[in-house]
Design a protein around this ligand. Sequence first.
Ligand SMILES: [Zn+2]
Ligand SMILES: [Zn+2]
Length: 127
Amino acid sequence: MASPSRPPDSARLDRIVAEARRARDLRETTYRERALAIYPWVCGRCAREFDRATVSQLTVHHRDHNHDNNPADGSNWELLCVYCHDNEHSRQRDSAGRTAPAGGGEAPAPATHKPFAGLEALLKRKE
Ligand SMILES: [Zn+2]
Ligand SMILES: [Zn+2]
C-alpha cells in the first residue's frame, strides 16, 4: 500500500522562518542605518573613528540590550566598534553567569572576531 506523497510541512515552516528572519534582518538594517545617520561614526568607548571603508566594524549597541526598543531619537543606541561591543557583552555574560542557549544541544562556538555586525545580530536572539 503506497502512502500518499505529500510534501512535508517542514518545507512551509522553513519558508515562514526564512521570512521572519528576513523581516528581522530588515528591521535591524533599518535601525542601524538610522543610528549611523544621527550619530557621528565614532566608537563610544575607545573613540576610534570610522569612515565608509571601515563602518562595517562599527556596531549599534542597545543600551538596555533590547533589540526591539528602538526609539526614534536614538536614545537606546550606542555606536561601538566590534571589539568594544564584544567586550561590553562578554562583561554582561560574566556578571550574569552562563545561560544555556535556547533549544539546548550544541551551541555554535562564540566567535571572538566578528567582521560582520549583521551576522552577529543574526546569531544572537537577545542582547
Ligand atoms: Zn571601540
Ligand atoms: Zn550590544
